[in-house]
Design a binder for this molecule. Structure first.
Ligand SMILES: [Zn+2]
Length: 204
C-alpha cells in the first residue's frame, strides 16, 4: 500500500511537471520508524515496486540502495515527529529562486502567506553531503517547505498527499512571483494586510 502510494505520487509529480528524469526523491515513514524511500538513480515518473527501498531511522540502507539524499530525509524525520512523508524535487520555478539565491518571502499573494508564511532559502551544501543536511534541516523547525540554494526544494507533510499538495501549491506560487516580475514586479501587500492574514490563519 505504502509503496503504491509512493509510485502514484511519483507519477503525479512527473505528470504535473514538478520533476523530470532522475531528479528528486520521495519517502514515507513507517510505523516502526523505518523509512520507505525511492532508490538512487530512479525516475520518479516511472517507479516500479523494486525502485522503492527501505532505510533505517538514521538513513542507512536496510534493503537496496536508497536515494543519495536519504540522510536529509532521515534527519527531517528525526527532527519532526509529526512528519510522515517527504518530497524533494527540482521543480523549475522554485529551483529558479534557489539558483538566484532568493527565498520566497514576497508578500504579493495571500495564499503563500496563509499556507506557508514564507518559504526560506537554506544555504548551499553539496548534494548528498552532511553540510546540505545541516544547512537545511534547521529550517524545518517551523517550516514545512524549504528551498536549498542552487539545488531545489524539500517539503514535508503528515502524509504523502499533504507533502504533494505543498509542493504543488508552492510551485504555483513561485510561478506567480516570477510572472509578476515579468509584468514589472509584484505589488506587495501592506504590513496590515499581512498581519490580518496571519490573524485569519491563527483563527483570531
Ligand atoms: Zn536534489
Amino acid at each position: 500500500m505504502s509503496v503504491k502510494q509512493i509510485i502514484e505520487v511519483g507519477k503525479r509529480l512527473y505528470n504535473r511537471n514538478l520533476t523530470c528524469g532522475t531528479s528528486g526523491n520521495i519517502s514515507l515513514r513507517q510505523r516502526n520508524g523505518q523509512i520507505l524511500i525511492t532508490g538512487t538513480g530512479t525516475r520518479l515518473g516511472y517507479l516500479s515496486v523494486n525502485d522503492v527501498v527501505l532505510i533505517d531511522k538514521n538513513g542507512d540502507n536496510l534493503e537496496g540502495k536508497g536515494s543519495s539524499e536519504r540522510y536529509l530525509h532521515s534527519a527531517i524525520y528525526n527532527k519532526r515527529k509529526d512528519v510522515k512523508a517527504i518530497i524533494h524535487v527540482h521543480s523549475v520555478a522554485m529551483t529558479s529562486f534557489a539558483c538566484a539565491g532568493k527565498g520566497m518571502n514576497q508578500n504579493i499573494h495571500p495564499e503563500n502567506i496563509l499556507v506557508f508564511d514564507d518559504i526560506p532559502l537554506a544555504p548551499y551544501g553539496m548534494p548528498s553531503s552532511e553540510e546540505l543536511v545541516e544547512n537545511t534541516v534547521k529550517f524545518f523547525e517551523d517550516r514545512d517547505v524549504v528551498l536549498m540554494a542552487n539545488h531545489g526544494v524539500v517539503a514535508c507533510g503528515k502524509d504523502l498527499e499533504d507533502a504533494f499538495t505543498k509542493i504543488e501549491m508552492a510551485e504555483a506560487n513561485a510561478q506567480i512571483i516570477l510572472n509578476s516580475l515579468i509584468l514589472g514586479g509584484g505589488v506587495a501587500l501592506s504590513k496590515k494586510d499581512v498581519e490580518d492574514l496571519k490573524k485569519l490563519k491563527n483563527g483570531n
